[in-house]
Design a protein around this ligand. Structure first.
Ligand SMILES: Cc1cc2nc3c(=O)[nH]c(=O)nc-3n(C[C@H](O)[C@H](O)[C@H](O)COP(=O)(O)OP(=O)(O)OC[C@H]3O[C@@H](n4cnc5c(N)ncnc54)[C@H](O)[C@@H]3O)c2cc1C
Length: 311
């Protein structure tokens, strides 16, 4: 199947306004960076997602799955394949059953936290300000202010590499610090079941407002970024080490170490993904040379270098 045929086929499966050609990835990432994807599709339902994935696998088309694009740096060459996007533009149904929430993977974590608060369910307060989708949050075992997805997730429905739908319990998800079994397995999270605790909605709201204040006062939320660029090294903080190395505000072309929070690399003015990647390397080298600590990236870098996909 060539790109034209695949484009037409994907439009048959999904409605045609959900399939894009030569789509700039900067429109789909919080960093506002990334060259074009040959095709991009945003399936609206689980059924259409599964049919889309099956079609792509049969056509052996290179595929990249993204959620809300908030932990990603897509390179300037884009992606010479099909990006499948799973965020709130697609599968986002939220169901509350007593203290249980069953949520489709595309729903935004901020929306899910708000729904939990309104339903008088505590446990997701930490997640109110994390801008990702639920699927991305499970993939990353996202966390903040002492909470992590692993504390609330009880099971996950997935689509595996063989096209089968299966359910895994929390114990099978290999959750760790910003990691889960999905980093190895390549399964797609379809929906997530979470168990929460009953609490007065106004009490939950108060905690969420406090955490929101902490976040907005400390993080450079007015600039494009992918959140914390690096994982926390054992016994320390990436931001503290970067600051101590004298890198606060360091700029490489359009990329900059945030003067507000050194753990964030931001886009400040005109720049490209390469600028961010180079600056990340400069930070890693300087911190390693000065303190002997290697800062592991939390941000996921994907896609083609400029020129790679032009053939
Ligand atoms: C301003 C800002 C603040 C942030 N604060 C925090 C924070 O406090 N704590 C924190 O942990 N993170 C934080 N992040 C990072 C980010 O929001 C989280 O990592 C989030 O969980 C990523 O979700 P996403 O939907 O955007 O995933 P994406 O960035 O789109 O994708 C990340 C990875 O998840 C995979 N993925 C996405 N959806 C699925 C799915 N349905 N099934 C399988 N794999 C999937 C993708 O393939 C990719 O490998 C922040 C980011 C920003 C920009």
């Amino acid at each position: 199947m060539n790109w034209n045929q695949l484009f037409e086929k994907l439009k048959e499966i999904n409605t045609k306004d959900r399939v894009y050609r030569d789509e700039p990835m900067k429109k789909h990432t919080n960093f506002r960076l990334g060259g074009p994807a040959k095709l991009l599709v945003i399936p609206e339902t689980e059924e259409r997602l599964i049919e889309t994935i099956t079609t792509l696998r049969e056509a052996r088309a290179p595929m990249l799955l993204i959620g809300n694009g908030t932990n990603l740096l897509i390179r300037d060459g884009g992606f010479s394949g099909v990006v499948v996007k799973m965020n709130h533009q697609g599968m986002k149904t939220v169901t509350v059953e007593g203290t249980k929430m069953i949520v489709e993977a595309g729903a935004l974590l901020s929306t899910v936290s708000k729904r939990a608060q309104q339903a008088g369910l505590s446990g997701l307060e930490f997640a109110g300000g994390i801008p990702g989708s639920l699927g991305g949050a499970v993939y990353m075992n996202a966390g903040a202010y002492g909470g992590e997805m692993k504390d609330v997730v009880t099971s996950v429905r997935i689509l595996n590499q063989s096209g089968e739908v299966a359910t895994f319990a929390r114990e099978e998800l290999s959750f760790g610090y910003r990691t889960s079994r999905f980093h190895q397995m390549g399964d797609i999270v379809l929906s997530v079941t979470m168990e929460l605790i009953e609490m007065d909605p106004s009490e939950i709201l108060m905690t969420m407002k406090e955490l929101d204040f902490k976040r907005t006062s400390k993080q450079p939320l007015d600039k494009p970024s992918a959140g914390s660029t690096f994982k926390r090294p054992e016994g320390d903080y990436a931001g503290r080490l970067i600051d101590a190395a004298g890198l606060r505000g360091l700029r490489y072309r359009g990329a900059r170490v945030s003067p507000k929070h050194c753990g964030f690399v931001i886009l400040d003015g005109d720049g490209c993904a390469k600028d961010v990647e180079v600056l990340i390397g400069m930070i890693q080298k300087t911190v390693f040379d000065q303190f002997g600590v290697f800062l592991e990236r939390e941000v996921i870098i994907l896609g083609d270098e400029k020129g790679d996909g032009d053939a």
